[in-house]
Write a protein that binds this ligand. Structure first.
Ligand code: ADP
Ligand code: MG
Ligand code: MG
Length: 370
Protein backbone atom coordinates (compact mmCIF):
# COMPACT_ATOMS: atom_id res chain seq x y z
CA UNK A 1 0.00 0.00 0.00
CA UNK A 2 2.81 2.41 0.82
CA UNK A 3 4.09 1.88 -2.68
CA UNK A 4 0.82 2.96 -4.25
CA UNK A 5 0.61 5.93 -1.90
CA UNK A 6 3.97 7.26 -2.84
CA UNK A 7 3.53 6.38 -6.52
CA UNK A 8 7.21 5.55 -6.85
CA UNK A 9 6.93 1.82 -7.60
CA UNK A 10 7.40 2.22 -11.33
CA UNK A 11 10.30 4.58 -10.77
CA UNK A 12 12.08 2.25 -8.38
CA UNK A 13 11.82 -0.62 -10.88
CA UNK A 14 14.01 1.36 -13.28
CA UNK A 15 17.06 1.19 -11.05
CA UNK A 16 19.61 -1.62 -10.96
CA UNK A 17 19.01 -2.74 -7.39
CA UNK A 18 18.91 -6.36 -6.32
CA UNK A 19 16.36 -7.87 -3.96
CA UNK A 20 12.85 -7.08 -2.95
CA UNK A 21 11.56 -3.69 -1.87
CA UNK A 22 10.57 -4.01 1.79
CA UNK A 23 9.98 -0.41 2.78
CA UNK A 24 9.68 3.07 1.29
CA UNK A 25 9.44 6.15 3.52
CA UNK A 26 9.78 9.90 3.10
CA UNK A 27 13.12 10.84 4.61
CA UNK A 28 15.13 13.73 6.02
CA UNK A 29 14.45 17.45 6.29
CA UNK A 30 15.63 18.60 2.88
CA UNK A 31 13.76 21.57 1.45
CA UNK A 32 14.73 21.17 -2.16
CA UNK A 33 14.34 17.59 -3.33
CA UNK A 34 11.77 14.95 -2.37
CA UNK A 35 13.77 12.33 -0.53
CA UNK A 36 12.76 8.71 0.16
CA UNK A 37 14.52 6.00 2.11
CA UNK A 38 14.15 2.57 0.50
CA UNK A 39 14.87 -0.77 2.14
CA UNK A 40 15.57 -3.81 -0.01
CA UNK A 41 15.88 -7.40 1.22
CA UNK A 42 18.41 -9.65 -0.48
CA UNK A 43 18.02 -13.41 -0.94
CA UNK A 44 20.55 -14.01 1.81
CA UNK A 45 18.15 -12.22 4.13
CA UNK A 46 20.25 -9.10 4.43
CA UNK A 47 18.84 -5.61 4.14
CA UNK A 48 20.29 -2.84 2.05
CA UNK A 49 19.11 0.76 2.00
CA UNK A 50 19.03 3.44 -0.67
CA UNK A 51 18.09 7.08 -1.02
CA UNK A 52 15.66 7.91 -3.83
CA UNK A 53 15.22 11.54 -4.78
CA UNK A 54 12.94 13.38 -7.12
CA UNK A 55 15.00 16.32 -8.23
CA UNK A 56 13.55 19.78 -7.92
CA UNK A 57 13.45 21.13 -11.45
CA UNK A 58 12.14 24.52 -10.43
CA UNK A 59 15.41 25.09 -8.70
CA UNK A 60 17.67 23.05 -10.97
CA UNK A 61 16.99 23.83 -14.60
CA UNK A 62 19.70 21.62 -16.05
CA UNK A 63 19.22 18.22 -14.42
CA UNK A 64 21.23 16.30 -17.02
CA UNK A 65 24.30 18.49 -16.59
CA UNK A 66 23.76 18.44 -12.86
CA UNK A 67 23.87 14.64 -12.77
CA UNK A 68 26.93 14.56 -15.02
CA UNK A 69 28.66 16.77 -12.46
CA UNK A 70 27.55 14.54 -9.58
CA UNK A 71 28.74 11.37 -11.33
CA UNK A 72 32.06 12.91 -12.31
CA UNK A 73 32.81 14.19 -8.82
CA UNK A 74 31.64 11.11 -6.90
CA UNK A 75 33.56 8.68 -9.15
CA UNK A 76 36.67 10.74 -8.63
CA UNK A 77 36.10 10.84 -4.87
CA UNK A 78 35.71 7.05 -4.80
CA UNK A 79 39.20 6.67 -6.23
CA UNK A 80 40.74 9.20 -3.85
CA UNK A 81 39.03 7.62 -0.83
CA UNK A 82 40.08 4.13 -1.89
CA UNK A 83 43.66 5.29 -2.39
CA UNK A 84 43.78 6.82 1.08
CA UNK A 85 42.44 3.63 2.64
CA UNK A 86 38.93 4.89 3.37
CA UNK A 87 35.51 3.36 2.71
CA UNK A 88 34.21 4.70 -0.62
CA UNK A 89 30.69 3.41 0.08
CA UNK A 90 30.42 5.68 3.11
CA UNK A 91 32.74 8.64 2.56
CA UNK A 92 31.12 9.87 -0.63
CA UNK A 93 27.73 9.65 -2.29
CA UNK A 94 27.44 6.75 -4.74
CA UNK A 95 25.09 7.01 -7.69
CA UNK A 96 23.02 3.89 -8.43
CA UNK A 97 22.51 3.48 -12.16
CA UNK A 98 19.28 2.67 -13.94
CA UNK A 99 18.90 -0.62 -15.81
CA UNK A 100 19.93 1.33 -18.92
CA UNK A 101 23.08 2.51 -17.20
CA UNK A 102 21.89 6.11 -16.86
CA UNK A 103 22.50 8.21 -13.76
CA UNK A 104 18.86 9.27 -13.47
CA UNK A 105 15.40 8.27 -14.68
CA UNK A 106 12.97 10.63 -16.37
CA UNK A 107 9.36 9.60 -15.80
CA UNK A 108 6.31 10.32 -17.99
CA UNK A 109 5.72 13.64 -16.15
CA UNK A 110 9.28 14.63 -17.00
CA UNK A 111 10.25 14.38 -13.37
CA UNK A 112 13.86 13.38 -12.83
CA UNK A 113 14.72 10.71 -10.28
CA UNK A 114 18.04 9.49 -8.95
CA UNK A 115 19.23 6.96 -6.43
CA UNK A 116 22.17 6.87 -4.02
CA UNK A 117 23.53 4.29 -1.63
CA UNK A 118 22.23 5.15 1.82
CA UNK A 119 25.18 5.95 4.07
CA UNK A 120 24.63 3.74 7.10
CA UNK A 121 25.53 4.58 10.66
CA UNK A 122 25.45 8.35 10.35
CA UNK A 123 23.98 11.40 12.02
CA UNK A 124 22.75 14.48 10.20
CA UNK A 125 22.57 17.65 12.32
CA UNK A 126 19.94 20.13 11.22
CA UNK A 127 21.64 23.28 12.42
CA UNK A 128 24.71 24.58 14.20
CA UNK A 129 24.15 24.34 17.95
CA UNK A 130 27.67 25.11 19.09
CA UNK A 131 31.11 26.18 17.98
CA UNK A 132 32.25 22.61 17.53
CA UNK A 133 29.49 21.84 15.01
CA UNK A 134 30.57 24.80 12.95
CA UNK A 135 34.23 23.83 13.20
CA UNK A 136 33.35 20.31 12.06
CA UNK A 137 31.42 21.51 9.04
CA UNK A 138 34.59 23.44 8.15
CA UNK A 139 36.58 20.21 8.39
CA UNK A 140 34.07 18.41 6.16
CA UNK A 141 34.08 21.01 3.39
CA UNK A 142 37.82 21.45 3.72
CA UNK A 143 38.35 17.71 3.24
CA UNK A 144 35.98 17.80 0.29
CA UNK A 145 38.14 20.53 -1.22
CA UNK A 146 41.36 18.65 -0.47
CA UNK A 147 40.17 15.40 -2.05
CA UNK A 148 39.16 17.32 -5.17
CA UNK A 149 42.22 19.56 -5.34
CA UNK A 150 43.60 17.74 -8.41
CA UNK A 151 40.20 17.19 -10.01
CA UNK A 152 40.06 18.25 -13.70
CA UNK A 153 37.59 21.03 -13.10
CA UNK A 154 37.09 21.74 -16.81
CA UNK A 155 35.00 18.56 -16.86
CA UNK A 156 32.26 20.21 -14.81
CA UNK A 157 29.29 22.11 -16.20
CA UNK A 158 28.49 25.52 -14.84
CA UNK A 159 24.92 24.46 -14.09
CA UNK A 160 23.95 27.88 -12.74
CA UNK A 161 25.91 30.36 -14.87
CA UNK A 162 27.61 33.22 -12.98
CA UNK A 163 26.34 31.94 -9.64
CA UNK A 164 29.11 33.71 -7.72
CA UNK A 165 30.24 36.09 -10.40
CA UNK A 166 30.17 39.15 -8.16
CA UNK A 167 30.78 41.71 -10.97
CA UNK A 168 27.81 40.28 -12.88
CA UNK A 169 25.71 40.40 -9.72
CA UNK A 170 26.81 43.99 -9.27
CA UNK A 171 25.74 44.93 -12.81
CA UNK A 172 22.37 43.28 -12.25
CA UNK A 173 22.02 45.23 -9.04
CA UNK A 174 22.81 48.54 -10.74
CA UNK A 175 20.27 47.74 -13.45
CA UNK A 176 17.62 47.09 -10.81
CA UNK A 177 18.40 50.48 -9.26
CA UNK A 178 18.25 52.27 -12.61
CA UNK A 179 14.97 50.64 -13.61
CA UNK A 180 13.46 51.05 -10.14
CA UNK A 181 10.27 49.40 -11.32
CA UNK A 182 8.38 49.80 -8.04
CA UNK A 183 9.72 53.20 -7.07
CA UNK A 184 11.38 51.71 -4.03
CA UNK A 185 14.84 53.17 -4.62
CA UNK A 186 14.02 56.55 -3.08
CA UNK A 187 13.55 55.05 0.36
CA UNK A 188 16.84 53.19 0.43
CA UNK A 189 19.46 55.65 -0.77
CA UNK A 190 21.85 54.65 2.00
CA UNK A 191 21.76 50.94 1.20
CA UNK A 192 22.15 51.57 -2.54
CA UNK A 193 25.16 53.77 -1.89
CA UNK A 194 26.64 51.11 0.35
CA UNK A 195 26.81 48.78 -2.65
CA UNK A 196 27.72 51.32 -5.34
CA UNK A 197 30.60 52.72 -3.31
CA UNK A 198 32.18 49.26 -3.28
CA UNK A 199 32.21 48.81 -7.05
CA UNK A 200 36.00 48.51 -7.26
CA UNK A 201 36.00 45.65 -4.72
CA UNK A 202 33.47 43.38 -6.39
CA UNK A 203 35.93 42.17 -9.03
CA UNK A 204 38.88 41.48 -6.73
CA UNK A 205 38.47 37.69 -6.74
CA UNK A 206 37.34 37.25 -10.34
CA UNK A 207 40.32 39.39 -11.44
CA UNK A 208 42.75 37.20 -9.50
CA UNK A 209 41.13 34.17 -11.09
CA UNK A 210 41.45 35.72 -14.55
CA UNK A 211 45.12 36.50 -13.92
CA UNK A 212 45.73 32.91 -12.87
CA UNK A 213 46.55 33.94 -9.30
CA UNK A 214 43.69 31.94 -7.83
CA UNK A 215 42.96 28.38 -9.03
CA UNK A 216 39.61 27.29 -10.37
CA UNK A 217 38.33 24.59 -8.01
CA UNK A 218 35.33 22.40 -7.38
CA UNK A 219 32.90 24.34 -5.21
CA UNK A 220 30.03 22.74 -3.33
CA UNK A 221 27.91 25.87 -3.06
CA UNK A 222 25.56 24.62 -0.36
CA UNK A 223 27.87 24.23 2.63
CA UNK A 224 25.27 23.84 5.34
CA UNK A 225 25.74 21.58 8.34
CA UNK A 226 22.83 19.39 7.26
CA UNK A 227 24.74 18.52 4.10
CA UNK A 228 27.38 16.77 6.20
CA UNK A 229 26.96 13.26 7.58
CA UNK A 230 28.72 12.40 10.85
CA UNK A 231 29.85 8.91 11.76
CA UNK A 232 27.57 7.74 14.56
CA UNK A 233 30.35 5.79 16.26
CA UNK A 234 33.30 8.15 16.08
CA UNK A 235 31.33 11.41 15.99
CA UNK A 236 33.65 12.58 13.22
CA UNK A 237 32.64 14.05 9.88
CA UNK A 238 32.26 11.28 7.36
CA UNK A 239 30.63 12.40 4.13
CA UNK A 240 29.62 15.55 2.29
CA UNK A 241 26.25 15.17 0.54
CA UNK A 242 23.83 17.27 -1.52
CA UNK A 243 26.01 17.81 -4.56
CA UNK A 244 23.35 19.52 -6.70
CA UNK A 245 25.22 22.79 -6.85
CA UNK A 246 28.71 21.39 -7.43
CA UNK A 247 30.33 23.64 -10.01
CA UNK A 248 33.62 25.17 -11.05
CA UNK A 249 34.41 28.10 -8.78
CA UNK A 250 36.73 29.40 -6.10
CA UNK A 251 37.42 27.73 -2.77
CA UNK A 252 36.73 31.18 -1.34
CA UNK A 253 33.10 30.94 -2.42
CA UNK A 254 32.46 27.96 -0.16
CA UNK A 255 34.49 29.44 2.66
CA UNK A 256 32.93 32.88 2.31
CA UNK A 257 29.35 31.72 2.09
CA UNK A 258 29.83 29.48 5.13
CA UNK A 259 31.04 32.45 7.16
CA UNK A 260 28.28 34.65 5.81
CA UNK A 261 25.46 32.49 7.08
CA UNK A 262 27.21 30.66 9.90
CA UNK A 263 29.31 33.23 11.73
CA UNK A 264 26.75 35.99 12.19
CA UNK A 265 25.48 36.73 15.69
CA UNK A 266 22.00 37.43 14.30
CA UNK A 267 19.46 35.84 12.00
CA UNK A 268 19.69 36.59 8.29
CA UNK A 269 16.51 38.71 8.53
CA UNK A 270 17.08 40.30 11.96
CA UNK A 271 15.62 43.82 12.12
CA UNK A 272 17.60 44.96 15.13
CA UNK A 273 20.94 45.52 13.47
CA UNK A 274 22.65 45.98 16.84
CA UNK A 275 22.30 42.23 17.15
CA UNK A 276 24.12 41.54 13.90
CA UNK A 277 27.88 41.23 14.04
CA UNK A 278 30.53 38.83 12.89
CA UNK A 279 31.16 36.36 15.71
CA UNK A 280 34.94 36.14 15.80
CA UNK A 281 34.91 32.91 17.76
CA UNK A 282 32.74 31.26 15.10
CA UNK A 283 34.87 32.75 12.36
CA UNK A 284 37.95 31.24 13.95
CA UNK A 285 36.28 27.86 14.52
CA UNK A 286 35.28 27.49 10.90
CA UNK A 287 38.58 28.81 9.58
CA UNK A 288 40.51 26.38 11.76
CA UNK A 289 38.33 23.46 10.68
CA UNK A 290 38.42 24.42 7.02
CA UNK A 291 42.21 24.80 6.90
CA UNK A 292 42.60 21.56 8.86
CA UNK A 293 40.37 19.76 6.35
CA UNK A 294 42.14 21.32 3.37
CA UNK A 295 45.40 19.99 4.80
CA UNK A 296 47.79 22.10 2.78
CA UNK A 297 45.90 21.92 -0.52
CA UNK A 298 45.13 25.66 -0.64
CA UNK A 299 47.64 28.06 -2.12
CA UNK A 300 49.11 30.93 -0.08
CA UNK A 301 47.09 33.35 -2.16
CA UNK A 302 43.84 31.50 -1.41
CA UNK A 303 44.56 31.50 2.31
CA UNK A 304 45.41 35.19 2.23
CA UNK A 305 42.12 35.88 0.46
CA UNK A 306 39.87 34.01 2.92
CA UNK A 307 38.69 37.21 4.66
CA UNK A 308 38.02 38.73 1.24
CA UNK A 309 35.98 35.65 0.34
CA UNK A 310 33.83 36.14 3.43
CA UNK A 311 33.41 39.85 2.75
CA UNK A 312 32.56 39.52 -0.94
CA UNK A 313 30.16 36.61 -0.53
CA UNK A 314 28.32 38.63 2.10
CA UNK A 315 28.26 41.78 -0.04
CA UNK A 316 27.12 39.75 -3.04
CA UNK A 317 24.31 38.16 -1.08
CA UNK A 318 23.25 41.56 0.27
CA UNK A 319 23.08 43.06 -3.19
CA UNK A 320 21.04 40.13 -4.43
CA UNK A 321 18.53 40.65 -1.61
CA UNK A 322 18.38 44.36 -2.34
CA UNK A 323 18.04 43.86 -6.10
CA UNK A 324 15.19 41.45 -5.45
CA UNK A 325 13.52 44.01 -3.19
CA UNK A 326 13.81 46.63 -5.95
CA UNK A 327 12.44 44.23 -8.55
CA UNK A 328 9.43 43.15 -6.51
CA UNK A 329 10.60 40.10 -4.53
CA UNK A 330 10.49 37.55 -7.33
CA UNK A 331 13.38 35.34 -6.33
CA UNK A 332 13.67 35.10 -2.54
CA UNK A 333 10.40 34.17 -0.86
CA UNK A 334 9.20 36.86 1.52
CA UNK A 335 7.08 36.41 4.64
CA UNK A 336 6.55 40.07 5.43
CA UNK A 337 6.69 43.52 3.84
CA UNK A 338 10.28 44.60 3.28
CA UNK A 339 11.68 41.18 4.11
CA UNK A 340 14.35 41.30 1.42
CA UNK A 341 15.33 44.81 2.49
CA UNK A 342 15.78 43.55 6.06
CA UNK A 343 17.89 40.70 4.76
CA UNK A 344 20.04 43.05 2.67
CA UNK A 345 20.60 45.24 5.73
CA UNK A 346 21.91 42.37 7.87
CA UNK A 347 24.36 41.45 5.12
CA UNK A 348 25.62 45.02 4.82
CA UNK A 349 25.96 45.26 8.59
CA UNK A 350 28.09 42.13 8.49
CA UNK A 351 30.20 43.50 5.65
CA UNK A 352 30.76 46.69 7.60
CA UNK A 353 31.73 44.75 10.70
CA UNK A 354 34.20 42.67 8.70
CA UNK A 355 35.73 45.82 7.21
CA UNK A 356 36.09 47.42 10.64
CA UNK A 357 37.78 44.33 12.03
CA UNK A 358 39.86 43.45 9.00
CA UNK A 359 43.15 43.19 10.92
CA UNK A 360 41.54 40.82 13.41
CA UNK A 361 40.22 38.58 10.62
CA UNK A 362 43.59 38.50 8.94
CA UNK A 363 45.28 37.68 12.23
CA UNK A 364 42.86 34.82 12.89
CA UNK A 365 43.58 33.33 9.47
CA UNK A 366 47.32 33.57 10.08
CA UNK A 367 46.93 31.96 13.51
CA UNK A 368 44.84 29.06 12.13
CA UNK A 369 47.26 28.51 9.28
CA UNK A 370 50.00 27.41 11.65
P1 ADP B 1 18.01 18.69 -0.18
O1 ADP B 1 18.64 19.30 -1.37
O2 ADP B 1 16.54 18.64 -0.26
O3 ADP B 1 18.55 19.28 1.09
P2 ADP B 1 19.66 16.32 0.42
O4 ADP B 1 20.34 15.61 -0.69
O5 ADP B 1 20.48 17.19 1.30
O6 ADP B 1 18.43 17.13 -0.21
O7 ADP B 1 18.93 15.20 1.28
C1 ADP B 1 18.06 15.52 2.35
C2 ADP B 1 18.48 14.77 3.61
O8 ADP B 1 18.44 13.35 3.37
C3 ADP B 1 19.89 15.05 4.07
O9 ADP B 1 19.98 16.20 4.87
C4 ADP B 1 20.24 13.77 4.82
O10 ADP B 1 19.69 13.81 6.13
C5 ADP B 1 19.50 12.70 4.03
N1 ADP B 1 20.35 12.02 3.02
C6 ADP B 1 20.49 12.38 1.72
N2 ADP B 1 21.29 11.52 1.05
C7 ADP B 1 21.69 10.60 1.95
C8 ADP B 1 22.52 9.42 1.87
N3 ADP B 1 23.08 9.03 0.73
N4 ADP B 1 22.70 8.69 3.02
C9 ADP B 1 22.11 9.07 4.17
N5 ADP B 1 21.32 10.15 4.30
C10 ADP B 1 21.10 10.91 3.22
MG1 MG C 1 20.52 19.25 1.77
MG1 MG D 1 20.18 20.74 -1.73
Amino acid sequence: EYLEQSGTEEVIRQFAVEGKLLDNQPYGNGHINDTHLLTFGTEQGREKRYILQRMNQNVFRRPKQLMENVVCVTEYLRDVITAQGGDPDRETLNVIRTLDGASFYEDENHDYWRMYLYVEGTLCLEKVENTKNFHDSGVAFGQFQRMLSDFPVEKLWETIPDFHNTPVRFRNFRKAVQEDRLGRAAGIEKEIQFVLSREKDVSVLTDLLGEGKLPLRVTHNDTKLNNVLFDRETGKVLCVIDLDTVMPGLSLYDFGDSIRFGASTGAEDERDLDKVRLDLELFEAFTRGYLEGCGGSLTEEEIAMLPMGARLMTLECGMRFLADYLEGDNYFKIHREGHNLDRARTQFKLVEDMENRWEELTAVVQKCKR
